[in-house]
Design a protein around this ligand. Structure first.
Ligand SMILES: C[S@@+](CC[C@H](N)C(=O)[O-])C[C@H]1O[C@@H](n2cnc3c(N)ncnc32)[C@H](O)[C@@H]1O
Length: 436
């Protein structure tokens, strides 16, 4: 039988090696029969990622010398042990004994004594260690130092609340397909099915469930009455100011959350094109479109290579939901804190600039482009837009007059947790007719 703690440690070991948590979870968990056991490993892995820098700092106080790279499995197992002791409702004796027992399958006999000694020493000295860590930002905010510095510089009044919100559990949000059912009716349906929920007031269709459940267990999911989507992501389609017979482009489309929302709001467009660069992500778009009984023109292409996918007809609306650091959705994907490097942000910003410049060419004069990221870093948001507008005299900001987010020099930022939403940035640009 699979040892759950060892399974979790192996997953964490892979994440520290650069793989995403969601990619690493599936295979080992498919071998775990009991759903409660799967949920437990899931919670343990997410938790270790969420508090990785804090757990690692605690471990640093308990080890005589750092672990060798070849023993990263033992290192990961120690972190899972500490996480159980610090954050889970596992009795201390069980957390220690079971984590020590997990070493049996590692074929490293010395690990048993080390894990036992480290976890017991933590129990003896936890108060002292935790006091010492108060002065260590990486430990107390549970983020890498470069990330803390960047958020602090960008958001001098909000940085602590951003970092704090990043470490919370995200709400489970849905979008109601109002073509099929009103939000109020769906809320009633949920209540009847024993799933209390509330509306997200800043959105037309958003709701948050009190307790998360698998989406396909919810009433009307297969019939297309709902989609899983955070409230902040639900704001994009509304910003496009859709109307019948427009030609619309979703330039970075997978998995199709905003694409399908566009069609829910405005099914009688003249055309909706969707581009996605990654072939492996295209089936997710098709699956979402099929479930909702919708269609769009899909292109698997690099949106920057305009001549490769464009038929020469201009678009009235362009959505650029740009690839980004995902620094606004850390509460959903805590492994981002381990995977992301500071240098990634600059590279992503370069790609965002490229995408904006490429896609501006296919926008009709008088049309709108909505730029979105799920990032809180100015480097990927305001700075990208500022540079773009300096170099494009035919671009004017169309200010968002809305009741959500914080106003920025250009666009608006929802910081994580604000309105119960993920961190998101939006800006809207209008293409001026030539000669303006
Ligand atoms: C933030 S996600 C989009 C989420 C999507 N709009 C939704 O709401 O479901 C960004 C997507 O853009 C894709 N992408 C990145 N660079 C691209 C490019 N140059 N051309 C087209 N797609 C790109 C990524 O593979 C990723 O699927």
């Amino acid at each position: 039988m699979m040892n759950l703690r060892l399974a979790a440690a192996r997953i964490i070991d892979q994440v520290t090696d650069g793989r995403s948590l969601s990619d690493c979870l599936d295979a080992p968990l498919s071998a775990v029969k009991d759903a409660r056991d799967r949920a437990w490993v899931h919670a343990l892995c997410y938790g270790v990622c969420r508090y990785y820098t804090r757990l690692d700092a605690v471990l640093g106080h308990l080890l005589q010398k750092p672990m060798k790279a070849k023993d990263s499995d033992v290192h990961a197992l120690l972190l899972t042990g500490l996480y159980q002791l610090m954050y889970m409702r596992v009795p201390d004796y069980a957390a220690v004994t079971e984590t020590v027992n997990a070493t049996a399958q590692l074929k490293k006999t010395w690990a048993r004594g080390l894990v036992n000694a480290v976890l017991r020493e933590y129990l003896r000295s936890r108060d002292r260690i935790e006091k010492t860590l108060e002065a260590d930002p990486e430990a107390s905010f549970a983020h890498p130092q470069w990330w803390i510095d960047a958020v602090r510089q960008d958001w001098p009044y909000h940085w602590q609340s951003i970092l704090h919100a990043n470490n919370q559990h995200p709400p489970f949000a849905l979008r109601v397909n109002r073509r099929l059912i009103s939000r109020d009716k769906y809320l009633e349906k949920l209540a009847d099915a024993g799933h209390p929920a509330k509306a997200i007031p800043e959105t037309d269709s958003g709701i948050i469930l009190e307790t998360p459940v698998a989406a396909d267990e919810l009433p009307g999911f297969s019939a297309g009455e709902i989609s899983v989507q955070d409230g902040a992501a639900q704001l994009a389609a509304g910003l496009l100011d859709l109307a019948p017979h427009l030609r619309v482009l979703d330039a970075c489309a997978a998995p199709g959350g905003k694409l399908t929302h566009i069609l829910e709001i405005m099914p009688d467009l003249a055309g909706l094109s969707a581009i996605e660069k990654e072939p492996s992500r295209l089936p997710q778009i098709t699956e979402n479109l099929n479930r909702l009984n919708m269609r769009a023109d899909l292109f698997c292409h690099d949106a920057n290579d305009v001549s490769g996918w464009w038929d020469g007809r201009l678009f009235d609306r362009v959505l650029v939901d740009a690839p980004c650091s995902a620094s606004g959705v850390v509460r959903r994907h805590p492994d981002i804190k381990l995977l992301r490097r500071q240098s990634d942000v600059g590279m992503l910003a370069a790609e965002q600039r490229r995408l904006l410049a490429s896609l501006w060419q296919v926008l009709k004069p008088g049309g709108f482009l909505v730029y979105a990221t799920c990032s809180v870093f100015l480097q990927e948001n305001v700075f990208v837009l500022r540079d773009f507008m300096r170099s494009h005299q035919d671009a004017a900001e169309d200010k968002l007059i809305v009741d959500w987010g914080l106003p920025c020099e250009i666009g608006r930022q929802i910081i994580p947790g604000m309105h119960d939403m993920d961190g998101f940035y939006y800006a809207r640009l209008r293409k001026l007719p030539s000669g303006c």
